[in-house]
Design a protein around this ligand. Structure first.
Ligand SMILES: O=c1[nH]cnc2c1ncn2[C@@H]1O[C@H](CO)[C@@H](O)[C@H]1O
Length: 414
């Protein structure tokens, strides 16, 4: 139960976001400027409006289609440390405006290697590869390490200015196993310098055979080394991919995971084990994840998770592509009947499940308690905090039950 000194309100620094792609959250204005400066082909008549239209995915199709716009704008940033630092800095400013106290942003430095290592994720068309610390003699080939450091510089400057804490998760990419060891090494090397975890993103269709044997050993190693792990699963892949992420890949959290509800027994097991799901409402439509759900009910899985007291967070995924930010995610959920108690719970869940070291996690929790006017930790009915035996089936508190008004995604209003 929540004890409040005053009515809940969205005030600065009361949200925690765990799933947003740094390269999927670049401002269209910045993309436009950088592309113009480099005289790269802009879509349509070259205006910012036409670029925005091309970046945004409006029709729910599939993940492949959803990821298409990345090939339009990522080349503009490849190997450009200044531009990478800039969008990372701007990212923190944008997060601060979204009332975010703490955020874990993810990206794959290798996707931003310069043009010598051009890779088109959508067409899987690659010319040449470089890894971690290779730099050509003329200095033109920027290494993954430098890309990462540029992002970290931008983030640090942003943090100092806007007082929103941001840490990075580095993504392995499906079908790009050759980068994965390098990514693990970067996670280890930069663990006390802003990197808090490892992920697997990308598209199964491009990868063809899905995960390679590499990923299994890498995630085993990550566990051994105490590197935190989250994995994209149950978005395009079925509930089995969630199971694989948890059992074979040692995932601590699941990126998306909507399709977990396709298997009732496994879903219940996840609830019992307090598996955390990083939910991204708008993108869940645009990637076709919701359309493809193999369940009789037409309700969005987040409503089910909320009712069942599951551990989940609310996230924006790829604002550049969806055209929506965190506030719009909250707005959508509010239309579906989410109340302030549910939002509060989701933010505390995110804080408990975040990858910060224990001391910093405690600081974050204290900051949240202050923001929400909560007196004591014992009053917070989040899953990690509460003794399970004292919780009834469901959220544990009637006040946390959403009064779901819009129950089917056919009724959704964007
Ligand atoms: O929803 C998603 N599912 C899977 N992969 C994604 C999603 N959004 C972005 N990326 C991929 O992750 C890379 C690193 O940030 C992005 O470049 C994009 O290709």
């Amino acid at each position: 139960m929540y004890v409040l000194h005053e009515p809940l309100r969205v005030q600065p620094k009361c949200r925690v976001e765990l799933h947003v792609h740094l390269d999927g959250a670049i401002r269209p204005e910045t993309i436009w400027e950088v592309m113009r400066k480099k005289q790269l082909n802009l879509p349509g008549d070259g205006s910012l409006d036409d670029l925005k239209r091309s970046l945004r995915v409006n029709e729910p199709r599939d993940l492949l289609h959803f990821l298409q716009p990345f090939s339009l704008f990522l080349p503009a940033f490849r190997g450009d440390l200044e531009a990478i630092e800039r969008f990372s800095f701007e990212f923190v400013e944008d997060q601060s405006k979204e009332s975010v106290a703490y955020c874990e942003a993810r990206f794959c430095p290798h996707l931003l290697l310069d043009s010598q290592s051009t890779i088109d994720l959508v067409n899987n068309d690659e010319t040449e590869n470089t890894v971690g610390d290779q730099i050509t003699t003329d200095g033109s080939n920027v290494a993954a390490k430098q890309i990462l450091e540029a992002a970290l510089r931008g983030i640090q400057k942003g943090e100092e200015k806007y007082n929103t804490k941001v840490r990075l998760i580095l993504c392995c990419i499906r079908g790009k196993s050759e980068w994965s060891w390098d990514i693990l090494n970067l996670c280890e090397e930069y663990r006390s310098r802003g990197v808090v975890g490892i992920d697997i993103a990308g598209n199964d269709e491009v990868a063809g055979e899905g995960l390679q044997i590499e990923e299994f050993s890498i995630f085993e190693k990550a566990k051994e080394k105490g590197i935190h792990r989250t994995i994209h699963a149950g978005e395009e892949g079925g509930w089995e991919s969630v199971k694989q992420a948890l059992t074979s890949l040692n995932a601590e959290r699941i990126g998306h995971g909507y399709r977990v509800i396709e298997n009732e027994d496994f879903y219940k097991e996840c609830i019992e084990k307090r598996v955390h799901f990083e939910m991204c409402p708008h993108s869940s439509y645009m990637t076709g994840a919701i359309k493809g759900l193999n369940i009789p009910s037409k309700r969005h899985p987040i409503l089910r998770l909320a009712e069942d007291g599951a551990s989940f967070s609310i996230n924006s995924d790829d604002p550049t592509i969806t055209g929506t930010h965190l506030s719009e995610e909250y707005e959508l959920l509010r239309k579906w009947g989410f109340n302030e108690a549910l939002f509060t719970k989701a933010n505390f869940e995110a804080a408990y499940k975040c990858f910060l070291p224990p001391e910093e996690k405690q600081e974050l929790l204290a900051e949240l308690r202050k923001a929400y006017g909560i007196i004591s930790d014992n009053e917070i009915s989040t899953n990690d905090k509460t003794d399970n035996s004292s919780r009834t089936k469901g959220s544990g508190s009637p006040s946390l039950k959403p009064a779901v008004k819009i129950a089917s995604w056919e009724d959704r209003t964007f």
